[in-house]
Design a protein around this ligand. Structure first.
Ligand SMILES: C[S@@+](CC[C@H](N)C(=O)[O-])C[C@H]1O[C@@H](n2cnc3c(N)ncnc32)[C@H](O)[C@@H]1O
Length: 188
């Protein structure tokens, strides 16, 4: 009887561990583009977010019909305030991870000038983009920098939060202290 009880508890523990592992893997693949060994869906925040948005807003207020893209748009929190403030410009967020993408679509449901696409930004057409936002780990930035340098149109601007582009000198580095509170502005 004791042996049966032991086997049953062992089986139950194994089932619980299996469920935990499956849940962690599921969350990893849906909350971030994890299989690409890429950046987690951590949003830009604090002073860096406010400063990047203020800088982009100033630029947008002086121009007409621009295209703004967030490559790896996470939960959509960079494009949403800009799209609300500037209905005359077009905003596209590219996000591969399913849950952040779905949440972004829901948040943007009333905005005609903002759309989110569930795709791999390495395959996205960025040639018509006027402003880009990038917040990605160094390894991803390395590859994405090559794409931006090759495909961005002349005059386009990129804001890189925390992780600089590689192979391109920033026009400006804005720092509020540590690397965590630093962003870079590039002009193509
Ligand atoms: C650090 S978050 C940045 C979110 C947002 N740009 C911001 O600054 O608030 C990076 C996002 O990029 C997404 N991502 C990473 N690699 C991607 C790829 N190749 N294609 C599309 N999205 C990707 C991740 O899923 C993650 O949500």
């Amino acid at each position: 009887m004791e042996i049966l009880y032991f086997i049953l508890s062992l089986l139950l523990s194994l089932i619980v561990v299996a469920i935990l592992i499956v849940s962690v893997v599921f969350i990893y693949f849906t909350v971030s583009a994890g299989f690409m060994r890429s950046s987690p869906s951590v949003p830009s925040c604090g002073r860096v977010k406010r400063a990047m948005l203020a800088d982009a807003a100033l630029y947008l207020s002086e121009k007409q019909n621009l295209l703004v893209m967030d490559l790896g748009s996470g939960w959509g929190s960079l494009l949403l305030p800009l799209a609300k403030e500037f209905p005359e410009h077009t905003f596209i967020g590219i996000e591969y991870a399913f849950i952040p993408y779905m949440v972004s679509c829901w948040r943007a449901r009333k905005l005609k000038n903002l759309q989110f696409k569930r795709e791999n930004f390495f395959e996205s057409d960025i040639s018509g983009t006027d402003i880009m936002f990038l917040f990605l780990l160094t390894s991803t930035m390395e590859k994405l920098s090559k794409k931006c340098i090759a495909e961005a149109k002349t005059g386009a601007i990129a804001y890189a939060n925390r992780f600089p582009m590689q192979g391109k000198k920033p026009e400006k580095k804005v720092s509020f202290g540590s690397d965590y509170e630093t962003y870079y502005i590039y002009k193509f």
